[in-house]
Design a protein around this ligand. Structure first.
Ligand SMILES: [Zn+2]
Length: 262
């Protein structure tokens, strides 16, 4: 009897070892894959395959306080945000669709974008949409000094407010989603609160089709969701009317950021 107990015990130990090994190997694979993926995105960006410089690697960063990543979950509404970093391909269509649906949207613009397309910035503001801060040169904020972080935000605020008579405070969106608690603290000191997203529509990715972008949005609809899209690609402007129709037919309101947080 004793012998059988010992044998069962040994078998259990062996099973446990196998189980944990499997888990560890899987964990390592996930880490390697994540690194590989962001590496691929990064190199695409560096050699400029994508017309948009917008590469959102969606760096995982467990944080609830100190950053907004979702709107008011008690209301049936979806927050649509558009990052402006390089091109303006979809801008006019986005504004047309917003007018047609009588909705106000949120834009996050870089200072460089505002310098290059001042009329676009003015138009977005004149049509009643919100423009927030996406830094000046779209750097990785975790890799620059505190002083540089503040400059990136303040310089952009000056450029945009000179064009629109409105500050970009109190919100900014970290380029590439690259931020840590220190970056958030420094930005906060400068008067800017980070806004992340619930769903990255991946409209900026070269290999994505309009259908894939639509499905990404449709499959994730929920109260208070913040959707990240871009003005620089060709997909967004072409699908937005249909996307808004679908969102509204499911009973959601399309809103900008300030309203979506209320
Ligand atoms: Zn960006």
């Amino acid at each position: 009897m004793k012998k059988i107990s010992i044998i069962i015990f040994i078998l259990l130990v062996i099973a446990a070892i196998f189980y944990w090994q499997e888990k560890i190997i899987k964990g390592v694979e996930i880490i390697i894959n994540n690194n590989l993926n962001s590496g691929i995105n990064q190199s695409k960006n560096d050699i400029g395959i994508k017309t948009s410089e917008e590469i959102s690697t969606a760096v995982p960063f467990a944080m609830s306080e100190g950053e907004i990543s979702r709107g008011n979950a008690n209301k049936k509404q979806i927050i649509f945000t558009f990052d402006c970093g390089s091109g303006i391909n979809s801008t006019d269509k986005i504004l047309e669709v917003a007018q047609k649906h009588n909705v106000k949207l949120a834009f996050f613009a870089t200072g460089k974008f505002a310098e290059k397309y001042p009329e676009t910035i003015k138009k977005i503001a004149a049509e009643g949409h919100e423009i927030f801060n996406h830094t000046y040169s779209h750097p990785h904020l975790t890799q620059i000094t505190d002083e540089e972080i503040k400059n990136e935000l303040e310089k952009t605020d000056k450029i945009i407010s000179d064009l629109t008579d409105k500050t970009t405070k109190p919100y900014f969106r970290p380029p590439y989603g690259d931020r840590n608690q220190h970056v958030l603290d420094i930005a906060e000191e400068a008067g800017f609160h980070s806004v992340y997203w619930t769903t990255d529509a991946l409209d900026w990715m070269m290999d994505k089709t309009a259908e894939q972008v639509r499905q990404r949005i449709y499959s994730s609809l929920k109260n208070g969701e913040i959707i990240l899209m871009h003005v620089g690609d060709d997909i967004t402007g072409n699908i937005l009317d249909e996307v808004f129709n679908k969102v509204e037919s499911e009973g959601y309101r399309v809103v900008g950021l300030t309203e979506g947080l209320r």
